[in-house]
Design a protein around this ligand. Structure first.
Ligand SMILES: *Cc1c(COP(=O)(O)O)cnc(C)c1O
Length: 426
């Protein structure tokens, strides 16, 4: 499609946008009395108005029924988490039995490591990506130490090539082959949080399995952003948070995936608790642990119903729209944003570089722009003008034109503000 950097063109795109009506289902913060241009849905998604109702429903049942709400609330609390299995499995490309929600992301990664990282002297190494999200780095380091190993021996980072911003899938696969028999686990972010790069999860999973390792994915930036096929890709496990692209609110509950092929293995190590126990017998308070079938068998504590309520509202919205429609708009509006940025750069001789891959198969709803010169002052200017972007040291602005609630006109408007900002700082 031929884009134009004009308000008229952007408005035409909005008029043709099949997802346009969803914008009004979200609440926007205001700056200078105007709704912001929100580019940080990759960090904390906006509030879906339906989430308030779902939370209110729980509060009402709690007030009116107290303990009886476990079984008699309109959506009973004792198995509230099971409401996610079906719709959430479609969002991540899994079977309903492979998906559940519990805890928060880093905690779930730790829980899954109990099952999928049992190092032996012959096989103890973990492959991850260089500069993984810090929580993942800390999680891996402390897991390795918990097993009495030295992170320097056990953790192998795949690095970017000199002068390149993105990882190469072939380098990850080469590293997997190089570590070979020593490799116990591959655990990488399916989408890199810094650059927005989407990795070839299918090929990497296959390569990991070929050398006899487990392969898990951190999908914090992927769930609700790109189409996934976790079951088909044969990933062993995955986990994601719900508050980024999935709009479930700060610190809301995490989703996780455990492949069907592990479901019958009741011997697999896990940290149990009463919510993971045989569902029909949970309240019999039996002494012997008997895990549920499927992902529900990795559940441990009771799951926070107040944290799940906004996530359920959001998951139902995603389910109604489908990832295909979301992906179509995502590719188009991301390409339009990229076009606008490049146009502005040409107009004013601006000096910035999009470090996110150009190929739409290798990116989701995020552009990371490396500034050369303008730096932090430009970020401050944008924020003051009601453009909510995200700043990462040393000089990267991350922008996510989330398809559910951003307009093409916002992209045009952003370009104008960007231009003014740069000119005023020169
Ligand atoms: C956002 C993010 C997290 C956050 O973890 P929490 O446990 O939810 O605090 C972890 N890993 C990655 C890759 C992330 O992007």
């Amino acid at each position: 499609m031929l884009f134009e950097n004009t308000r008229e063109f952007a408005k035409k795109m909005d008029a043709r946008d099949p997802l346009a009506s969803y914008r009004s289902e979200f609440q926007f913060p205001k700056v200078n009395d105007k709704e912001v241009i929100y580019f940080t849905g990759n960090s904390l998604g906006l509030l879906p108005k339906a989430a308030k109702k779902y939370v209110d429903d729980v509060m009402k049942d709690w007030g009116e029924m107290a303990v009886e709400g476990h079984f008699y609330a309109e959506k009973p609390w004792w198995d509230y988490h099971e409401r996610f299995s079906k719709p959430l499995s479609k969002i991540v490309g899994a079977l309903p039995s492979e998906v559940t929600v519990m805890n928060t992301l880093t905690v779930n990664l730790h829980m899954l490591m109990v099952s999928f990282y049992n190092p032996t002297p012959q096989r103890f190494k973990i492959i991850c990506e260089e500069k993984a999200f810090p929580s993942d780095q800390y999680m891996l380091q402390t897991q390795v130490k918990f097993h009495g190993l030295d992170p320097k021996d056990a953790i192998v980072e795949v690095k970017r090539r000199e002068g390149e911003h993105n990882l190469r899938n072939e380098d990850i696969i080469a590293k997997i082959n190089e570590v070979g028999d020593l490799l116990a686990l591959v655990l990488i972010g399916g989408i890199n949080y810094y650059t927005g790069q989407v990795l070839d999860m299918k090929a990497i999973t296959e390569a990991g399995h070929k050398v006899g390792a487990y392969v898990g994915w951190d999908l914090a930036h992927a769930a609700g952003n790109i189409e996934l096929s976790l079951h088909e890709w044969n990933a062993d496990f995955a986990a994601w948070c719900s508050y980024k692209y999935m709009n479930a609110g700060p610190g809301s509950v995490s989703g996780c995936f455990i492949h069907e092929k592990h479901h019958n293995n009741k011997e697999m190590k896990r940290f149990g608790g009463w919510y993971g126990h045989n569902k029909q017998r949970r309240f019999l308070m039996e002494p012997e642990y008997d895990p549920n079938e499927g992902a529900l068998g990795w559940q441990s504590s009771c799951t926070g119903v107040l944290a799940m309520a906004p996530y359920l509202a959001s998951v139902e919205m995603f389910d109604a729209i489908g990832m295909k429609a979301i992906s179509e708009k995502r590719d188009l509006i991301t390409a339009y944003l990229e076009f606008v940025i490049k146009e502005i750069a040409t107009e004013i001789g601006g000096n910035f570089e999009v470090i996110t891959p150009e190929n739409k198969k290798e990116r989701g709803s995020q552009l990371s722009v490396l500034l050369h010169g303008e730096g932090r002052k430009l970020f401050d200017y944008l924020m003051k003008e009601g453009v909510i972007v995200d700043w990462r040291e040393p000089a990267v602005i991350r922008m996510a034109p989330v398809p559910l609630y951003t307009r093409y006109e916002d992209m045009y408007e952003f370009g104008q503000i960007l231009k003014k900002g740069i000119l005023s700082l020169q």
